[in-house]
Design a protein around this ligand. Structure first.
Ligand SMILES: [Zn+2]
Length: 151
């Protein structure tokens, strides 16, 4: 590259012109861009892990439930599958929590990452949907109880 002030050629990564001492803007901008790129990569990795935990774990737990209940023929194995079931449900709620935390870390570390923004909105929409479903179920139950007590 060339100096903005005197036009002399300066080494690519130098901060100042060796000839006139002019600050080289390109040299200053470069590390910031690189850092942003690294942050984006970090955000992408965090979001991928987060999505994997959020969507991968329920699928995995369904498969594990299926295997556990498939083998539960005797009382001993059904106790075992019940034990596994509670472990799986604890782990999947932890995985969901970890998925939220990873997404938040990605959003904080790299606010410009589109991937992190998309993942955040997916979680918000899914959370809102499950909340609405829960409210509908509660109202439906309340309605059912109310109609039952009328008789
Ligand atoms: Zn110069």
């Amino acid at each position: 590259m060339f100096c903005r002030n005197c036009g002399k050629e300066v080494p690519k990564d130098s901060k100042f012109c060796s000839s006139c001492g002019q600050l080289q803007e390109v040299a200053i901008e470069k590390p910031i861009v690189k850092e942003e790129k690294d942050n984006n990569r970090l955000a992408n990795i965090l979001c991928s892990i987060s999505l994997g935990l959020y969507f991968g774990f329920p699928i995995l737990s369904v498969i594990m439930y299926g295997i556990a209940y498939g083998f539960s023929t005797s009382d001993a194995t059904s106790t075992l599958s019940g034990f596994f079931g509670s472990i799986i449900s604890i782990l999947s709620s932890l995985a969901t929590l970890a998925a939220y935390v990873l997404m938040i870390v990605a959003r904080v570390k790299c606010p410009k990452s589109t991937y992190a923004k998309v993942v955040m909105w997916i979680y918000i929409v899914l959370f809102a949907m499950s909340l609405i479903t829960l409210i509908v179920i509660i109202f439906a139950c309340a309605g059912a109880i109310a109609s039952c007590s009328n008789y």
